[in-house]
Every structure is written in structure tokens, then in C-alpha cells.
Design a binder for this molecule. Structure first.
Ligand SMILES: *Cc1c(COP(=O)(O)O)cnc(C)c1O
Length: 484
């Protein structure tokens, strides 16, 4: 047996622990990344959208291969398909771009393989992650009892918020049908998925009407709550938007908080997109009342420009978060030693997970908060600059002044065929692949969205997008009314 083990050792080590090869591979990956970064910062070379693509073969094999063909497969079959979210010309959905130091942090975290879920295993990693959540709790304006956890994204954080509220209220399955959620058509669909996953789909849903700025109408909410109570329902949760994905609307949070407090309803605020703007002092008043929420979601992979993979749930009364998820397991008995910081595993349904704190802490610490704040201010200004430029184009209708950095507009406003014509404009834009915008439908009307949030987006990307739109408009007009 010993001989066999020695043989295996040599074989395995030569492949999985070959430091000389690892050094070469790191250099290869770095070279590859530098090429990418040079391209992505060069408007001429940067493609933000690849509509035509052929997907490669990702099947696994018994024998390995060198990194070169692997990197090539990645480039041709992953990077050159679909969107390029790292590009400053990505102005669709909610972009973020992915700070470079965050990528280096992921690399460090993965090489050292810190176990960041349990205090005993890595008290430093836990303290770092908890410090990031504490920092966000302070931005929100929560007190010292607040506690939070980093998640994979906003969807996971919103799902967990529903579970925390359900447990805090002690709601049992037999009560589900009587529970009422108050939300608007602007509420992100991940909350629907989260509510479904939390088992609460049998509850009642009240979509409260919105004003012309897509904000929940407070008086309608109050009226509906009274009616539901009179009808024997149990108002459970008011969901406020702190920056809806669709149009960037921020609900009147303070007024929603007032009603929630008076009626003893859980107040949840979804700030997955907008929460980052809490960092900008002169914008704080937009979110007035967020500090009165019971739970808040912020996506650092949006407003703090991290690469995809980091959301956060912050709960005002942290004990509710721990009550919802803490569960002791026998094989974890060693971990009770040195519990001076709460373990993220006790505040989440997850146990083993990526060390998310490092990818947030390292860039924010290296770059400093001032430049992040400036970048966020720049995004708001760029969105307004875009809308003022687009408003100069004939036949355009621009939506309400954005609360944050998402705006809406549509061309051919008086044309009965305007939906199809706008769709054509977007089609041409995407075929060209130099700027990317996405679209939405509001009360049955087709709108084009501009969402400025990537840290790489600057004035030249906005100017280019306007030029691309003008080109696309001319092309659509020259095609006449015949559908293509
Ligand atoms: C992006 C977003 C979500 C979903 O978050 P993911 O990180 O994509 O899972 C939820 N709510 C709002 C308002 C968002 O913008």
C-alpha cells in the first residue's frame, strides 16, 4: 500500500501542486487580463454586445490540457458571447463593471482558501465581513443592534429578508393565507421568487398604485391596510423601493415607515440598486426614512462597483436575523470556542461560502471611499447629461427626472407604430454592438432605459451612445414603415 501511495503522491503532486507551472499560469492569466483591460478601456476596440455567436464545447476530459487553449476557449466562447458587463458602454439593466482590486481579492481569498463562515475557523475574515456589514448599517442609519450578512446577490438577500420577517412574526403555515404583502409594480421580481421560496406564495399581494414618478401612493397604501384589517387579513410586510431596477424610483420611505410603525407591519426596503447612493452625502435626503426600515438590501456588486457575487441583507434588530437562521450542529461543536464575533453561518442558510468580505474590503480600503463617492455622483450626472442630450432629438419623449441614475425615453412618440420602431432602433444598436441599452414596458408603453452605474462609464461613453442612437434612428427611418 505504501508503494502505491508514494506513486499516487508523485503523480498527483506533479499536476495539482506544481509551483513552477502555477507561476507560469499566473503570468499567462495576467497577460490575458491586461489585453482585456486595454481593450475594454479603448472605445474603438471595446464591443459591449455580441449578438451572433457560436457556443463551444465545454465537456470535460480524462486528460488535462495546457492553459493556453483553455484561455482561448474562455475568450471565444464566453467573453465574446452576449454582453460585456465590464465595459463602460454597458448602459442596460444595472451594470457595475467589477473593480479590479476586487478580482485580486477573489484570487487571494481563493488561494488562501480562508473559511469565512465560522468565527473559529477565521476570526479575522469574520471580523472583516462583519465590519463591512456594520459599515452598511451605519450608512443606512441603523443603531448598534443591527446585524447583517453578505450574500451572493440581492435576490438571495431579499429572500432571506422574507424569511427573517416570517420568523420574527412567528407566522406558521396555517396563517399564510391571511398574510398581506404591500408592494408596487416596480418591486423587483426576485421578491416574488423569494416569497415563493419562503413558502409564502399563498399570501395576499396588494399592488399599490403609483404616482407619475413610479412611487407608491401612500394614501392608497393606508386605505388598503385599513380595508385588509377590517376584512380579517393580517398586514405582514410593506416593501419599499430604494431605487427600482426598472426606472430607479425611490418610494417615499419615511411615509411608508410611518404607516408600518403605526400598523405594526414589517417594513422592508429593497436598495439592491440604489443603496450604494447612501454614500453620497447630498443624496441622503432621497432615502429619508430608510433608517426606520426593519430590513434593507444593498448590492455591493451594483452601487459599490464590485464584480457579480455580493449582495447584503442588513436587519435593524440583528437578533431577528440570528433567530431566523442559527442552528447548532453536533459536528460543529468545536466552533463554539472564541465566539466573540457572530459567525456569518449563524446569520444565513449557507455554511461554506466564498470569503466575500475580502472582495469588498480590499478595493474600498485601497481606493478609499472618496473616489467611490465621486464615481457615484458622476453616474447621476451622466444619466442627466444623457437625458438632456437625447431630449434634443426630434420626436423623443423623456420620462420623469430620474431619482438616481436610471432614466427612460422613447422615440417616435406620436407614431402609432412607435413600439415596433423603438424595437428596431434597439435592434440596430445591438447589432452594431458598441453601446448597450435595455428596454422596459410601463403601463403597456415601450420605453428604452438608460442605466448608468458602471465605474468605467464616463462622458465619452455617453456621447458615443447618443451618436449610436442617432445612427440607429436614421437607419430605421430610412427603412421606412416596412418591418424588417
Ligand atoms: C438587481 C436587483 C435585485 C436583484 O439582485 P441580484 O443581485 O441581481 O440578485 C433586486 N432588487 C433590485 C431593486 C435590483 O436592482
Amino acid at each position: 500500500m505504501k508503494e502505491e501511495l508514494l506513486k499516487l503522491r508523485t503523480q498527483i503532486k506533479s499536476k495539482l501542486e506544481n509551483l513552477e507551472e502555477e507561476k507560469k499560469d499566473t503570468t499567462r492569466v495576467n497577460e490575458f487580463m491586461y489585453h482585456f483591460l486595454e481593450d475594454v478601456e479603448n472605445l474603438e476596440n471595446d464591443r459591449v454586445y455580441y449578438e451572433q455567436y457560436e457556443l463551444g464545447d465545454f465537456a470535460l476530459q480524462e486528460d488535462g490540457e495546457s492553459l493556453e487553449p483553455i484561455l482561448n476557449t474562455y475568450k471565444e466562447n464566453v467573453m465574446k458571447t452576449g454582453l460585456n458587463p465590464a465595459s463602460g458602454s454597458h448602459l442596460g439593466y444595472i451594470p457595475g463593471c467589477g473593480l479590479y482590486t476586487s478580482a485580486l481579492a477573489d484570487y487571494l481569498a481563493a488561494v488562501t482558501d480562508e473559511y469565512a463562515s465560522v468565527n473559529f475557523a477565521s476570526p479575522g475574515a469574520v471580523r472583516m465581513e462583519n465590519t463591512m456589514c456594520r459599515w452598511m448599517a451605519d450608512l443606512i442609519g441603523f443603531g448598534p443592534e443591527a446585524y447583517g450578512v453578505l450574500t451572493e446577490g440581492g435576490s438571495a438577500a431579499n429572500l432571506m429578508a422574507v424569511v427573517v420577517a416570517r420568523e420574527a412574526r412567528g407566522i406558521k403555515p396555517r396563517d399564510f393565507e391571511k398574510q398581506v404583502f404591500y408592494l408596487t409594480q416596480q418591486t423587483h421580481h426576485c421578491l416574488y421568487k423569494g416569497i415563493k421560496t419562503a413558502g409564502l406564495l399563498e399570501s395576499q399581494f396588494r399592488f399599490i398604485e403609483m404616482n407619475e414618478e413610479y412611487q407608491m401612493k401612500v394614501d392608497q397604501l393606508a386605505e388598503q391596510l385599513k380595508k385588509d384589517k377590517a376584512d380579517g387579513y393580517e398586514p405582514f410586510m410593506i416593501i419599499g423601493n430604494a431605487g427600482s431596477t426598472d426606472v430607479g424610483a425611490v418610494d417615499p420611505l419615511n411615509e411608508l415607515a410611518q404607516i408600518a410603525e403605526e400598523e405594526n407591519v414589517w417594513f422592508h426596503v429593497d436598495g439592491a440598486y440604489g443603496g450604494g447612493f447612501l454614500l453620497v452625502n447630498e443624496m441622503k435626503s432621497i432615502f429619508n426614512g430608510v433608517e426606520r426600515a426593519d430590513s434593507v438590501v444593498i448590492d455591493p456588486h451594483k452601487g459599490f462597483f464590485l464584480p457579480y457575487g455580493t449582495g447584503a441583507l442588513i436587519v435593524k434588530n440583528g437578533s431577528y436575523l440570528l433567530n431566523a437562521f442559527k442552528k447548532e450542529a453536533n459536528y460543529m461543536q468545536d466552533t463554539k470556542v472564541a465566539q466573540f464575533d457572530v459567525s456569518p453561518a449563524d446569520a444565513s442558510f449557507e455554511l461554506s461560502r466564498h470569503f466575500r468580505g475580502l472582495r469588498m474590503w480590499m478595493p474600498l480600503r485601497q481606493y478609499g471611499l472618496a473616489v467611490i463617492r465621486d464615481a457615484l455622483r458622476e453616474k447621476v450626472m451622466l444619466c442627466n447629461y444623457f437625458l438632456s442630450k437625447v431630449s434634443e432629438i426630434d420626436g423623443v419623449e423623456v420620462g420623469n427626472k430620474p431619482h438616481l441614475s436610471v432614466g427612460i425615453f422613447r422615440f417616435f412618440k406620436d407614431d402609432p407604430d412607435s413600439t415596433r420602431l423603438n424595437e428596431e432602433v434597439i435592434k440596430v444598436l445591438h447589432e452594431r454592438g458598441r453601446s448597450f441599452l435595455s428596454t422596459t414596458s410601463l403601463k403597456g408603453t415601450f420605453w428604452i432605459r438608460v442605466a448608468v452605474l458602471g465605474f468605467r462609464t464616463h462622458i465619452e461613453h455617453i456621447d458615443q451612445c447618443i451618436e449610436e442612437l442617432k445612427y440607429a434612428l436614421e437607419k430605421v427611418k430610412s427603412m421606412g414603415s416596412a418591418p424588417v
